[in-house]
Write a protein that binds this ligand. Structure first.
Ligand code: 7TS
Length: 407
């Protein structure tokens, strides 16, 4: 089954707006996606007819709010094929999910002399938390290198996963290179030495089917706002037995069972990790986004993006751009980073904005990766289910305008 992006676009009201009087060509979905009317309507309906706090009250309205909130949790569990809703902790997004693992699992399991393994292509939010954990525990942070094509050096795994490795933290899909990583092989390697794996699925969950059982991952993080949902919501998936034995992250209301003057006992999972009033409407909106994507099927989303990314890469290369990341479309997603001769990515993004084209330029929160690629910055066009070949053509036309400025 394939997607009809022209039809899908009609679900997204933002595409009725113009950019500098021109058709809006939104190529920055790796930063944040646009939102369909179905998700917007679901949040409005929540506030108009179901709004109350969750897990506290015995009246009917609060039961409606709770059903909406917990329904979203079930939708998220189904989306990543988790066996139980108890594995789904709501957070503010990927960054908070990774930090939850850092503070809760990390501080109780990582000690001086241990090793934490990440990769050269991590986003800062799956890098800085581990750098901080290493600094506070005396553990060593190691980086699995990448090839010039932007693939992990899996041939070096034997040197990098050792009997000291406590955590491997890796992205399933790179936000800069688009690379889809062989996460299952990393999981098998770290499990063989008794360590745990944390998967950053911020870019993968919106764009391809994800199955936590197939990946055999211990933890997996993703953000609602990159997958048609609102900001302020996200998920930490954790294996139930690990979440059970982990200490709380934040302390406060909701996460306790009994509180005495000098100690407290904890609520059951996942509520142990959801202190205070959560982002209820955002979680409900995220549930609606999951339903929206599930109706289309993630297989169809992935197929559409393979087509559009392949077309974009062809046209960019024909226009003289250097495109980063794997050449084979089977091994990559639709975030396409590139540089075009002497045109600085920031100048390019500013010039093509005048043509209605939105791309991101900079280090993409991956400064160590930029150093590895030997560039200060790249331009990045990232595609999603609502992008069409017409958008690619508009990008290429706008790049010709940018080239003209520097000719
Ligand atoms: N991990 C990856 C791979 C990401 O691409 C991002 C955000 C994050 C983690 C952090 O997600 P957050 O929702 O907690 O902020 N990436 C980008 C990007 O590529 N451009 O802007 C944000």
């Amino acid at each position: 089954m394939s997607l009809n992006a022209d039809v899908i676009r009609k679900d997204f009201p933002i595409f009725e707006t113009l950019a500098h009087g021109k058709r809006l060509v939104y190529l920055d979905s790796a930063s944040t996606s646009q939102k369909p009317q179905q998700v917007i309507n679901r949040m409005v309906r929540f506030y108009e007819t179901e709004n109350a706090n969750v897990h506290r009250s015995l009246y009917e309205l609060a039961e409606k709010a709770e059903a909406a909130y917990e329904g979203a949790r079930s939708a998220c569990a189904g989306f990543i094929r988790a066996r139980s809703d108890r594995s789904i902790v709501f957070t503010r997004g990927t960054t908070e999910s990774v930090n939850l693992v850092r503070f809760s699992w990390g501080r109780s399991h990582v000690n001086a002399g241990d090793e934490i393994l990440i990769t050269e292509m991590e986003h800062h939010s799956n890098l800085v938390p581990w750098q901080l954990l290493a600094q506070e525990t005396g553990a060593t942070l190691r980086y699995l290198p990448i090839t010039d094509d932007g693939e992990l050096r899996m041939d070096l795994l034997g040197d990098y996963v050792t009997d000291k490795t406590k955590i491997v933290a890796v992205t399933l899909m790179s936000n800069v290179l688009g690379t889809i990583n062989p996460v299952r092989d990393l999981a098998d390697a770290v499990h063989a030495v008794g360590g745990r794996i944390v998967v950053d699925a911020a870019q993968a969950a919106p764009h391809m089917p994800v199955d936590v059982g197939e990946l055999d991952t211990d933890f997996l993080a993703f953000s609602s706002h990159k997958m048609c949902g609102p900001t302020g919501a996200g998920v930490l998936y954790g294996r139930e037995d690990l979440l059970e034995e982990m200490p709380p992250f934040h302390g406060g209301g909701e996460m306790i069972r009994e509180v005495y003057d000098d100690y407290s006992t904890w609520n059951e999972i996942p509520h142990k990790f959801e202190a205070g009033t959560p982002n209820i409407a955002q979680a409900v909106g995220m549930g609606a986004a999951v339903e929206y994507l599930t109706d289309l099927t993630m297989e169809a989303v992935r197929e559409h993006e393979k087509d559009i990314a392949a077309y974009a890469i062809d046209r960019l290369q024909a226009a003289g751009a250097t495109v980063y990341g794997p050449a084979d479309i089977q091994g990559r997603g639709a975030a396409v980073s590139f540089n075009l001769g002497a045109v600085h990515p920031h100048d390019m993004a500013t010039i093509i904005d005048q043509e209605g084209v939105c791309i991101r330029a900079g280090h993409h929160c991956a400064q160590p990766l930029m150093r590895r690629l030997g560039v200060p910055a790249t331009a990045r066009a990232s595609f999603y289910l609502y992008n069409t070949p017409e958008d690619v053509d508009a990008l290429i036309d706008s790049l010709e305008v940018a080239k003209g400025w520097f000719a």
